[in-house]
Design a protein around this ligand. Structure first.
Ligand code: NAP
Length: 466
């Protein structure tokens, strides 16, 4: 069985706590293993990153870009193999795995081009009558923070680590990556290309292990200057509690509602909502996790969704507890009066797609993130009622409004409290140059390209006095 060692200061290290076996969701057989780090090893990784920072921060942008270009080239050559690994490790269809790998490499290129537009500002002192022209000039630039701790989730382990690592390294920070355990094997394989491309030792360290043991030592390490986390709201809230005073970039859970208005194009709404709800078995932060349908379209929408859902073939869920959790929400909803439109088959981590209608706020599935292949459908009458239901959600990542009425589109987009409102399309993170982020329990701060460079640096003034 292939094992991945920790990567600390350019060296491969076995984990002090042995290894962790990773089972492929497709057949639940052990697929590989990764090193399990100890507290002392992650402390070492952070100190090494800090040491490397003092040199890396003064490297020129052209040097960093050259390393990235080398990495891009070698990643492109290896992308098919990486996609195969990802497909096996996290149970994604091959096409989806390939698209995640390619998109992540494309993002590196996007970040390089963003650097061309990343500018400082010059302030002129002569706005103040005390200073004659050219006496005082302020140069405002962005400088790196230091060690960035990047923590990625299982569902997009490569994409949601590169969107942290690329801006962090290009802006002169160093990084400790703690990948999700499921996804860690492919993450190690992906980031080995950076060392091959010439990234100096210690600039990117990778530590896998039990979050119980290494989570808090990483989150509370005094040399960590920024935490960039994507994952569940539960862990995100824990990070908010323990990481006193450290800037946080948090991308957390979502409950993206699809609003089907009386002016909706039903062909479009059904197609987008079904795709949005069930791709990668619903295990996406931006999955369409609840449909709220105007009463005039409710019967037809539900009937057509059921027709489409019956044709679906899904990948397995990441593990058995995740599938059982979806069943728990399904059973809660049906026990409180939801109608079963498509009944799920559940066997270990395999769960077939399910649809329930007549869902109401008192059912857990209305406001809890199912993160699986269950589509709840509810009904509304007035926009006032709709906005109360939508904005009553503890989450605020994205929402979709399906309407052919442009006035209604603007009106609802203005009033729905989320990071992004999609008009006539399912929720989506991309294109990757678009700022993306959530509010409330879905996280804080909008990331993108230049936006993330700004968030991972601080302002610094140099005042030239002549
Ligand atoms: P998770 O259980 O919160 O885990 C996320 C990461 O945090 C993993 O690397 C995990 O490591 C680590 N972790 C767990 N406990 C920790 C602790 N105490 N200290 C430090 N790190 C800890 O989330 P997940 O199941 O991987 O991902 C699904 C969730 O992510 C969903 O809620 C989804 O909506 C959200 N998500 C959000 C976005 C977004 O952009 N808003 C994107 C994708 C996913 P282990 O794997 O070792 O436990």
């Amino acid at each position: 069985m292939e094992n991945q060692d920790l990567i600390v200061n350019g060296q491969n290290l076995s984990g002090d706590n042995g290894t962790i076996e990773i089972k492929s969701p497709w057949d639940l057989q052990t697929f590989a293993s990764v090193a399990s780090a100890s507290k002392a090893q992650v402390e070492d990784a952070v100190s090494n990153s800090d040491e490397a920072f003092h040199t890396w921060r003064y490297s020129s942008l052209s040097e960093r870009v050259e390393i990235f270009n080398n990495a891009i080239k070698s990643l492109r050559e290896d992308s098919d193999r990486l996609a195969q690994l990802l497909h096996k490790e996290i149970g994604k269809f091959e096409d989806d795995a390939r698209s995640e790998i390619n998109r992540s490499i494309d993002y590196m290129e996007l970040m390089i081009s963003a650097l061309k537009h990343w500018k400082g500002t010059v302030y002129y002192g002569d706005l103040d009558p005390k200073f004659p022209r050219n006496k005082k000039t302020g140069i405002y630039s962005r400088v790196p923070l230091g060690v960035v701790l990047a923590i990625s989730p299982f569902n997009y382990p490569i994409n949601l680590s590169i969107t942290k690592i690329a801006p962090a390294l290009l802006s002169g920070n160093t990084v400790v990556l703690k990948p999700s355990t499921q996804g860690a094997y492919t993450s190690y394989e992906f980031y080995k290309h950076f060392a091959k491309a010439g990234l100096p030792k210690g600039v990117l360290n990778i530590v896998s292990g039990s979050s119980k043991e290494i989570g808090d030592p990483l989150l509370t390490h005094p040399l960590v200057k920024l935490i960039a986390f994507t994952g569940s709201t539960e862990v995100g809230n824990h990070i908010r509690k323990v990481s006193l005073g450290v800037p946080l970039l948090l991308e957390l859970g979502g409950k993206d509602i699809g609003v089907v208005t009386k002016h909706a194009d039903l062909d479009l709404a059904v197609k987008e909502i079904v795709k949005g709800a069930f791709s990668y078995c619903g295990q996406r932060c931006t999955a369409q996790k609840l449909a709220l349908v105007h009463s005039s379209k409710y019967e037809e929408f539900t009937r057509r969704v059921v027709e489409e859902v019956q044709k679906l073939e899904l990948n397995p869920m990441i593990d058995e507890p995740s599938a059982s959790f979806v069943m728990e929400l399904f059973n809660d909803a049906t026990s409180k009066g939801a109608e079963v439109k498509v009944s799920p088959n559940h066997d270990s981590n395999k769960l077939s797609p399910a649809v329930v209608s007549e869902v109401k706020p008192e059912m857990r599935v209305f406001y809890e993130e199912q993160f699986g292949p269950l589509m709840p459908i509810g009904k509304y009458e007035t926009e006032e009622e709709l906005l109360k239901l939508v904005n009553g959600s503890p989450y605020g990542l994205q929402a979709s409004v399906y309407t052919k009425d442009i006035d209604q589109a603007f009106r609802l987009a203005d009033k729905i409290e989320v990071g992004t409102v999609q008009i006539n399309a399912k929720p989506d993170r991309g294109p990757d140059n678009f700022p993306f982020g959530g509010v409330k329990d879905s996280g804080q701060l909008m990331q993108g390209t230049i936006e993330t460079l700004d968030l991972m640096t601080r302002g610094k003034m140099v005042v030239v006095n002549t």
